[in-house]
Ligand binder design. Sequence first.
Ligand SMILES: Nc1ncnc2c1ncn2[C@@H]1O[C@H](COP(=O)(O)OP(=O)(O)O)[C@@H](O)[C@H]1O
Ligand SMILES: [Mg+2]
Length: 176
Amino acid sequence: MRWVPAADWLRLPARRRRRMRRPRSRRTGRRPQPGGKLLLVYSPKGGTGCSTVAINLAIALQQVTSKKVALVDASLQFGDVAVLLDLRGNHSIAEAVAQIDTLEVDQLVALMSPHQSGIKVLPAPTSPEMAEVVTSDHLKTIIGLLRREFAYIILDTWRYLDDTILSTMEIATASW
Ligand SMILES: Nc1ncnc2c1ncn2[C@@H]1O[C@H](COP(=O)(O)OP(=O)(O)O)[C@@H](O)[C@H]1O
Ligand SMILES: [Mg+2]
């Protein structure tokens, strides 16, 4: 954290003040994004427990911190988080993308499925071909909105390192 005299601080433009409140990470040199933390779970091989870790991480964080936790299934073609958690919601990330230009955080939260643990889940599209409609920009917009509402956003991913996953790795607070 950098320190400046209060008088100098107040003379700084508001944007610069906000940036200085967010010190760069010593490890990565990047400034953390404002709002909730984005935690990404990735495995280069399928069937190794990626979704299991993401789900358990989300529920454990909710239980330990009592803060709002979102779980996003970014395993876009064959995401199974909703099935694994026995969720009954009708919506997925595809509906969020369909209204992305005007999407507000409340509308996004309304598309999420609540789980009995207290976490909220944004499921993957229900059919593999719908995965193509989700671009890296869409996912970044969705994550940006979720950061305003949730203290933690857990992203379950798939083994294919496409633009969507790579771009979220760049903005993640931590990746496993
Ligand atoms: N630690 C573990 N020990 C034994 N089986 C596990 C473990 N973690 C996950 N599994 C099982 O392995 C299978 C694949 O897990 P999953 O989390 O769906 O993997 P991925 O998301 O990497 O494809 C599931 O049947 C799951 O129940
Ligand atoms: Mg999985």
